[in-house]
Design a protein around this ligand. Structure first.
Ligand code: ARG
Length: 564
């Protein structure tokens, strides 16, 4: 299936340019009628000192077309190539059948580690729909890198440090009780937090009490730690349910508090390197030469900041995992923060900061209006997921009354719909979440992709066995089969590109492309044709679709229901 490589080698032989360079120049024509690959000859105009159409003509008569191609054509300054249709069928099916569900995988990442920090929820705060994007983008990227052979470390950088925990302890002691908090969990903690802020408006001294309690947490005071750990436990238990529904796991929950004993070393290093300056009692790194506000390292009372913890975390991750790449899947609201602390790492001389990347994404709002935890209009992600499962169940009762295990399918599809909603567009786009959009079984949605998968399974179930060992590839040379084969064959390159741009939506779109090509194929061709060799070839193609869609769904974090 390495058509580009074969072409690049053939062209390279005649031009003296390296085939890797040529491979990078080869394009896919916008219209398949123009061929499967195109070589833009203007790339060679400078070295060959000739006009592109002339180069195209010369290459046309000299290049030896590799076997799996049927023809080449010149079109102005382009040289277009057509893959031989039955060779395409043979190559695509062979790769899918030999790789199975590891289709589109590779070993390019062998021996390299990618840290993916994602989700990074806050203790005692709701897991809201804003955390959804981070969670599903990060999960998908981790799966994609793993598929490409990288060793991945999935990190949940918990927000578990800061004076708010002092506030929570004060509020709990004054107005809370064990039973209510056990029962209400995050909601009860949130109520306490809101109450604290209300009361503190009247009573300034509450803030001093809160600071004192946070100090105790910093000093590892047993009474303070007991409450702090309890809040953490409650949050993780509740949010664990969401992770389970989403099928998301982590290798590390080392959050902000994990770095509390590692920041001293960072401050020392900054001081040794003459980067710290005093500013109104605070210790800062001046970033004015880089057009940024200063990065505050220590407050005037000696307390560390969010950025200090991120510096410690980055250094720790480099030391511990010796990463090839370290990704931070965090909303674009924090762009400045990341630019600042990356710059500080650079000034410290940590050249590996070039391998750190802020994988940012846009805002998620519900159709009714933007969500915000401060105004108390919080929508918990768990509620959204449950509602989606319920709505899906209703649709299934209507559409597939005979389906046996509706609840399992509704869970897979309902949860999948929500995940897909956050992964179908380029990360940076703001998303307006709407039920009509995510639960549309005919649109370019998760349910549509899952439905196509289930349809393949059903066709194959009804047909019984087919013989993958003797496929008549010439039965797959019609337009629909060829379009479908190309869509499947495109997945490996797409997965690679999704990793290099950290964009899972490329995979979602590739899955949809396969699904819509399959549905066209399905309407235009009778799979259960009278001619046994045609039937066998079409079943083999259907089986390849099944595998490719399952793999694609997995890579974006969706399950593949066999019936729905
Ligand atoms: N907990 C933070 C939030 O919910 C996100 C943490 C991002 N990660 C980081 N390394 N700063 O906004």
């Amino acid at each position: 299936m390495d058509y580009k490589k074969l072409l690049a080698r053939a062209i390279g032989e005649k031009t003296g340019s390296s085939s890797t360079e040529i491979e990078g120049w080869i394009e896919t024509p916008p219209d398949p009628k123009m061929g499967d690959y195109a070589f833009p000859c203007f790339r060679l105009a400078k070295t060959l000192k000739k006009a592109p159409p002339l180069i195209a003509n010369e290459l046309y008569s000299t290049v030896k077309l590799p076997d799996c191609f049927s023809k080449m054509q010149t079109a102005g300054g382009y040289l277009n190539f057509f893959v031989e249709p039955s060779a395409l069928a043979r190559d695509v099916l062979a790769r899918v059948f030999s790789e199975g569900e590891s289709f589109a995988s590779s070993g390019e990442g062998r021996g390299k580690t990618v840290c993916v920090e994602f989700s990074s929820i806050n203790i005692a705060k709701p897991f809201h729909i804003g955390h959804l994007s981070s969670t599903v983008i990060g999960n998908s990227l981790s799966r994609i890198y793993k598929h490409l052979g990288y060793n991945t470390v999935r990190i949940n950088h918990l927000g578990d440090w800061g004076t708010q925990f002092g506030k929570l302890i004060v509020a709990y002691q004054k107005w809370g009780d064990k039973e209510t908090v056990e029962k209400g969990s995050i909601r009860a903690l949130l109520d306490l937090y809101v109450r604290f802020h209300k009361e503190a408006e009247e009573n300034e001294s509450l803030n001093d009490e809160a600071r004192a309690w946070f100090r105790k947490i910093e000093d590892n005071d047993p009474a303070a730690m007991e409450l702090f750990n309890w809040f953490k436990e409650l949050t993780l238990k509740e949010d664990g349910r969401v992770y389970e529904m989403l099928g998301v796991e982590f290798d590390s929950y080392a959050g902000e508090s994990f770095y509390s004993d590692k920041m001293g070393a960072v401050v020392d290093e900054l001081r040794e390197k003459n980067l710290l300056i005093q500013d109104k009692g605070a210790q800062i790194v001046d970033l004015a030469p880089y057009d940024m506000p200063p990065c505050i390292i220590l407050r005037s009372d000696g307390a560390t900041l969010y950025a200090t913890r991120d510096l410690a975390a980055a250094i720790y991750r480099k030391k511990t995992y010796d990463f090839y790449k370290s990704l931070y899947v965090v909303a674009y609201q924090q762009n400045l923060h990341f630019r600042q602390f990356f710059k500080v790492l650079e000034l410290m001389g940590h050249e590996w900061v070039k391998d750190c990347e802020h994988v940012n994404f846009g805002m998620v709002s519900m159709e009714e209006g933007t969500l915000s935890s401060r105004e108390g209009k919080v929508v918990f992600l768990e509620e959204v997921l449950n509602a989606s499962v319920e709505k899906t169940l209703e649709i299934m009762k209507e559409k597939s009354p005979d389906l046996e295990d509706k609840l399992t399918a509704a869970r897979q599809v309902g949860v999948g719909a929500v995940i897909w909603g956050a992964l179908y567009n380029s990360r940076i786009k703001d998303i307006v979440f709407s039920w009509d959009k995510v639960l549309n079984f005919d649109g370019e949605t998760g349910p549509y992709a899952q439905y196509t998968y289930a349809r393949c399974c059903s066709v194959l179930r009804k047909a019984g066995e087919f013989d993958a060992g003797s496929i008549d590839y010439s039965a797959l040379t019609d337009t629909e089969s060829q379009a479908l084969l190309k869509a499947i064959g495109a997945l490996p390159d797409t997965v690679r590109e999704a990793a290099s741009r950290n964009e899972p939506y490329l995979v979602s779109r590739a899955v949809i492309a396969i699904c819509s090509a399959f549905n066209k194929f399905y309407y235009e061709n009778r799979i259960m044709d009278e001619d046994p060799s045609v039937r066998n070839a079409r079943l083999a193609l259907t089986d390849a679709v099944r595998t490719a869609v399952k793999t694609g769904l997995y890579l974006v974090g969706l399950e593949a229901p066999e019936q729905m």
